[in-house]
Design a protein. Structure first.
Length: 294
């Protein structure tokens, strides 16, 4: 049986061990607090960078569409709270009888920035060679863009040119951007299909050109992935069928009503006013009677 002295020694030893463990726990807790503080700073900095990137992208998106005789336009860009990458523009050519429509949807802000840098770099070439058909523009864009794409980043691009002399719309599309042609007097939509998959690290395809002959009161509707892939609470996405239904629901009204109806139905479907991903909708209409005047 242990003596009182032995018990006291054992208690002292255990108290010393406990004290050492407490000191270790305190040290680990302090290190954990420092790590948490650094992590929170990184998250805050990243959030600020994403917010800044979103704001820059919003500023870069055109707020005024040129007044092009014979056409009505309605556009809307809704920035995403978590993921961005949309860009669009409608611009007149040096030949005032032609204008271009570009719509892009990237996998994120970094990819969007890369796309914008390539677009800016190519703008002088496009300006100098207004005769370039859209598929050639996208082919040259691929040469500039693809070597710099990393990991799983992607870019979907639509570029079209309208000739106001003939009312022929020539376009080329890569990726999953969705376009519809709503012909005057018809409730059936014609879907504009892309010619290749999206620009990606392994992209090795040749975009093709397609043409549409537009008539008075014909409407062209374009939207990005943020619209089609908007999920509801169950994880179901908005999809092409709901998009087409939104267009036909407002087909008898003006271009602004079609645009608003699409975004309204997306909002009702998802149950949120602030989408996670950028959403862009473009609606273009040939004015009534303009073909006869030309």
């Amino acid at each position: 049986m242990a003596t009182d002295s032995e018990l006291k020694n054992k208690i002292n030893y255990l108290e010393q061990e406990l004290s050492l463990k407490d000191a270790e726990i305190a040290r680990y807790r302090a290190e954990l607090n420092r790590a948490n503080a650094e992590l929170e700073k990184i998250i805050a900095d990243l959030g600020q960078e994403l917010k800044m990137a979103s704001q820059i992208q919003k500023i870069l998106s055109p707020t005024e569409i040129p007044n092009i005789p014979g056409f009505n336009f309605s556009t809307k860009f809704v920035p995403g709270s978590d993921r961005g990458g949309d860009y669009f523009d409608i611009f007149e050519h040096e030949d005032k009888m032609k204008f271009g429509v570009v719509l892009a949807c990237s996998s994120g802000y970094s990819m969007s920035a890369l796309f914008l840098s390539v677009l800016i770099k190519m703008s002088s070439q496009i300006e100098a060679r207004r005769g370039m058909v859209p598929n050639i523009v996208l082919s040259q864009m691929a040469k500039e863009l693809v070597p710099h794409i990393e990991n799983r980043d992607t870019a979907n691009v639509f570029y079209g040119v309208m000739d106001r002399r003939s009312f022929q719309f020539t376009f080329s599309s890569v990726g999953s951007l969705t376009g519809f042609l709503l012909a005057q007097g018809s409730e059936n939509l014609t879907k504009l299909l892309p010619s290749t998959g999206p620009f990606a690290k392994s992209y090795d395809e040749k975009p093709l050109a397609q043409s549409l002959q537009l008539n008075a009161r014909d409407r062209l509707i374009l939207c990005t992935e943020g619209v089609l892939m908007a999920p509801n609470a169950s994880g179901e996405v908005f999809g092409v069928q709901r998009m087409a239904q939104a267009v036909t629901d407002a087909a008898r009204f003006a271009v602004h009503d079609i645009r608003n109806e699409i975004l309204l139905q997306v909002e009702q479907f998802t149950g949120t006013q602030e989408p996670e991903r950028d959403q862009t909708v473009i609606v273009m209409e040939v004015k009534d009677g303009v073909i006869k005047l030309v």
